[in-house]
Design a protein around this ligand. Structure first.
Ligand code: ZN
Length: 202
């Protein structure tokens, strides 16, 4: 892949090509776009990457990305502290926040059970979820993992991990197309699914 490119162009292409969904061709196109951009535009991109890595951290309570710890949701006194919505990924928090209909708190698992990819229960933030629930303030945990095979397996694991805590464990209603990803769900569909949530069977 490096033949014919200068060393620094090849390096940029290599780094771009490691991003999800970016193949060699796209990496080349992006690298040449950067080359043709003004210095100002290209360096603004470099600065944005530096700044996001410098400023954004994980909230130590809910594990979503934020520039403050605790994050704005965890520190908002108007949020309902008796409900926790468990999601796989920080992007799912954004999707649910964009519906504007959810007033509880979140807990980001930072992944999903995927033994084939080497992702085991201890890689998820389930222990810290248990600790939060044990605090006694939480009455309901909505397990909003993706409605696909690994998401369902992860939901079952979370329910088992919460057994004996006395907390109500619910799952969003069907309506989210099975096999779909929460982060791509339509706002109205997501709101309906959360509103129509049901207790998970034991
Ligand atoms: Zn938080």
């Amino acid at each position: 892949m490096t033949r014919g490119y200068t060393e620094s162009i090849a390096r940029l292409m290599d780094l771009l090509g490691r991003m999800p969904g970016i193949g060699e061709r796209t990496a080349e196109r992006l690298a040449y776009h950067v080359l043709r951009s003004s210095d100002q535009e290209a360096l603004a991109l470099a600065d944005a990457i530096r700044e996001v890595k410098h400023r954004v951290r994980q909230c130590s309570t809910c594990h979503q990305f934020a520039e403050t710890d605790p994050c704005p949701v965890c520190s908002d006194p108007r949020r309902d502290r008796s409900v926790l919505c468990v999601v796989e990924d920080a992007r799912d928090v954004v999707s649910i926040e964009q519906t504007g209909g959810y007033r509880g708190l979140y807990h980001v698992l930072c992944g999903r059970l995927a033994p084939l990819d080497g992702i085991e229960p201890e890689d998820l933030t389930v222990r810290s979820l248990r600790t939060r629930v044990a605090g006694g303030e939480v009455k309901e945990v909505i397990v909003a993992t993706d409605p696909d095979m690994e998401g369902e397996a992860t939901a079952l694991y979370v329910r088992q991990a919460l057994e004996g805590t006395g907390v109500r464990v619910t799952r969003p209603a069907r309506g989210l197309p099975s096999g779909s990803r929460l982060e791509y769900a339509d706002s109205a569909v997501l709101t309906d699914a959360l509103t129509g949530r049901r207790e998970m069977p034991r």
